[in-house]
Write a protein that binds this ligand. Structure first.
Ligand SMILES: *[C@@H]1O[C@H](CO)[C@@H](O)[C@H](O)[C@H]1NC(C)=O
Ligand SMILES: *[C@@H]1O[C@H](CO)[C@@H](O)[C@H](O)[C@H]1NC(C)=O
Ligand SMILES: *[C@@H]1O[C@H](CO)[C@@H](O)[C@H](O)[C@H]1NC(C)=O
Ligand SMILES: *[C@@H]1O[C@H](CO)[C@@H](O)[C@H](O)[C@H]1NC(C)=O
Ligand SMILES: *[C@@H]1O[C@H](CO)[C@@H](O)[C@H](O)[C@H]1NC(C)=O
Length: 539
């Protein structure tokens, strides 16, 4: 008896060693603690993902005729992402011919994509003759090798580009959206990936939409879907999408999702500039931002009081030529940083094998270029770097500090290393924390230097005197966007801005209100972002 106990204990110890070694880095599975996603050690695990489409006509993860899957996985990590939202069409799981007999080669052949066949033979020879579900799985496994987490996203039913209001894929009961088939597909995927530890969650269905949308069916089927996934695989997060292309979860405010399990529920929201084209193109950007932020909050942002909210699609044409995109992205980056939400950019991919009939269509929203490996726009990637970091959480939170984030550049305000009385923009991960006191004084934490306005178009400066004369160093957030920081000493007429050399200056506040839709205040947009004190200098 005694010996048996000792042996048992030794055995447990070995298991413990093995387990702690295997899970050293990632500590899966994940769960939730109020609005935070946490790992096995109770630490926050922030999802900073890129969407990797695999739901188009080929049903093959995009880009692999151009680059080896290992190279892509390595690049994902090098770009600062820790996760991929990997899309899949329901048919892949419910049509056994498609999933388990049709190979990558067959799929390309049937669509006449001969160039992709030869590219795939060169770059991913071990995958080209795999059945589609195995090819998909090998991408997941490779991502796991690089510690990249995966969210499996059921994007639609029939392989193809998504989405339209009347494409038959929009809501439970539509032509191609039979709830029972959908549940069997979810069960299949949850089961197939049960041993892939890096599969941390499933988006049950992307962007519900169309005339059939209704609250009762949403609760009925989403709850059934979530229970089915949990029964098949209790290790993964279940992620629920809302109405109208996942912009509207307002209905969960008055009616809770009723599940037999807890600690696994996450809600997802989408937002693009084209969600609100009218607003971005017709209003001054401060008003537009304020209006859209209210829509985001009413549409699901409020859920952050109780559950994680995953901003699972957002993005822009990263060539920088779309005015609406440029306004929207500063606004949404401010929101994402301030709320420190989990997120996934659309998209990873630089091009599609075949989209809407066009071979090799370029994805200008892709963080990767058309060669599938170069970064399309490094300055865009820089703008994501603050939100790629874990800023806060979980509860109970230690003391908080502030960073002053500039979404246009992705940089933060810091004391100049050349002239300690000056302030410029620099990398957020080396910027000093600021105090933003209840009387709106901006002061470097632990240093008696406050931010003083010295007049129009002049550099702002750090001074001790302004700390003892608060009226000189008070900066108020103004306008509907709440992203302008105006000097109280000027009666809010001068705002913080950045000159061509990234020095902080004060200039006339732009389009605080009014109808001027051509106004461009984005260089004046700042967001005071709360971060865990202990994390500073180190995220
Ligand atoms: C299943 O997939 C195969 C291969 O793509 C296709 O030919 C067949 O029509 C599909 N079956 C159904 C019921 O959609
Ligand atoms: C939640 O679901 C359980 C099991 O289906 C059911 O018994 C219970 O009445 C439900 N609760 C609410 C508030 O709907
Ligand atoms: C990257 O984005 C910036 C800012 O929008 C833009 O000015 C620049 O032209 C873009 N570069 C490329 C290569 O698209
Ligand atoms: C800060 O981030 C940059 C890239 O954005 C990285 O190269 C650098 O190592 C980071 N520094 C610290 C101190 O973490
Ligand atoms: C400050 O602004 C308010 C409101 O616009 C105005 O009534 C007041 O006269 C201004 N004061 C100064 C000193 O400019």
């Amino acid at each position: 008896m005694k010996t048996a106990n000792v042996l048992k204990r030794m055995f447990s110890f070995f298991i413990f060693l093995l387990f702690s070694f295997v899970t050293k880095n990632m500590a899966y599975p994940l769960s939730t603690n109020s609005r935070w996603i946490i790992n096995q050690r109770g630490e926050r695990t922030k999802l900073a993902c890129a969407n990797w489409p695999a739901h188009l006509q080929t049903a093959v993860p995009e880009g692999l005729s151009k680059q080896p899957v290992d190279a892509v996985a390595e690049k994902i990590v090098a770009m600062g992402f820790n996760c991929v939202r990997l899309t899949w069409p329901l048919d892949l799981a419910t049509n056994l011919t498609l999933g388990t007999i049709v190979t990558v080669r067959d799929s390309f052949q049937s669509l006449g994509l001969n160039n992709d066949i030869s590219g795939f033979e060169t770059n991913n020879p071990s995958m080209i003759d795999l059945p589609l579900i195995q090819a998909y799985k090998s991408v997941v496994t490779t991502l796991g090798k690089y510690n990249v987490m995966v969210i499996l996203d059921n994007h639609l039913t029939k392989p193809g580009w998504c989405c339209g209001n009347d494409d038959g894929n929009g809501f439970f009961g539509d032509t191609f959206f039979d709830p029972a088939t959908w549940i069997s597909g979810l069960t299949y995927m949850a089961t197939v990936f049960i041993n892939e530890g890096n599969v941390v969650g499933m988006s049950l269905r992307n962007e519900l939409r169309g005339p059939k949308q209704n609250v009762d069916d949403w609760f009925k089927y989403m709850q059934q879907g979530a229970e089915a996934v949990h029964e098949a695989n209790p290790y993964i997060l279940v992620i629920l999408s809302g109405f109208s292309y996942d912009t509207d979860l307002s209905f969960v405010q008055s009616r809770p999702v009723n599940l037999s399990f807890s600690g696994k529920l996450v809600f997802e929201l989408h937002r693009y500039a084209f969600t609100n084209t009218e607003i971005w193109s017709s209003k001054n950007p401060n008003d537009a931002c304020g209006e859209v932020l209210k829509m985001i909050d009413d549409g699901g942002g409020f859920i952050l009081r109780d559950f994680p909210v995953f901003l699972s699609e957002f993005g822009i044409d990263s060539r920088g030529g779309n005015v609406n995109d440029n306004r929207y992205i500063g606004c949404i980056l401010g929101w994402a940083a301030e709320n420190d939400v989990d997120w996934s950019i659309w998209a990873l991919t630089g091009s599609y094998y075949l989209r809407e009939g066009e071979q090799g269509m370029i994805e200008y929203y892709g963080v990767l270029g058309s060669d599938g490996i170069s970064v399309r726009n490094n300055s865009f990637l820089q703008r994501l770097s603050l939100i790629q970091s874990t800023l806060r959480g979980p509860d109970p939170q230690p003391e908080l500090d502030n960073l002053i984030f500039h979404p246009l550049t992705g940089l933060c305000m810091l004391q100049s290393s050349l002239d300690p009385t000056k302030v410029n923009l620099g990398l957020c991960n080396v910027s000093q924390p600021w105090d933003y006191t209840t009387d709106n004084t901006l002061k470097l934490t632990d240093i008696a230097l406050c931010l003083e306005n010295t007049g129009p178009n002049a550099p702002v400066k750090l001074s001790e005197t302004s700390c003892s004369t608060p009226s000189l160093s008070q900066w108020q957030t103004i306008s509907a966007s709440n992203m302008l920081l105006a000097a109280k000493s000027t009666n809010n007429s001068l705002c913080l801005d950045v000159d061509g050399d990234n020095n902080l200056v004060a200039t006339n506040c732009k389009c605080v209100n009014g109808e001027d839709s051509s106004c461009d205040p984005m260089s004046q947009w700042f967001k005071i972002v709360k971060v865990n004190k202990k994390k500073l200098y180190n995220y």
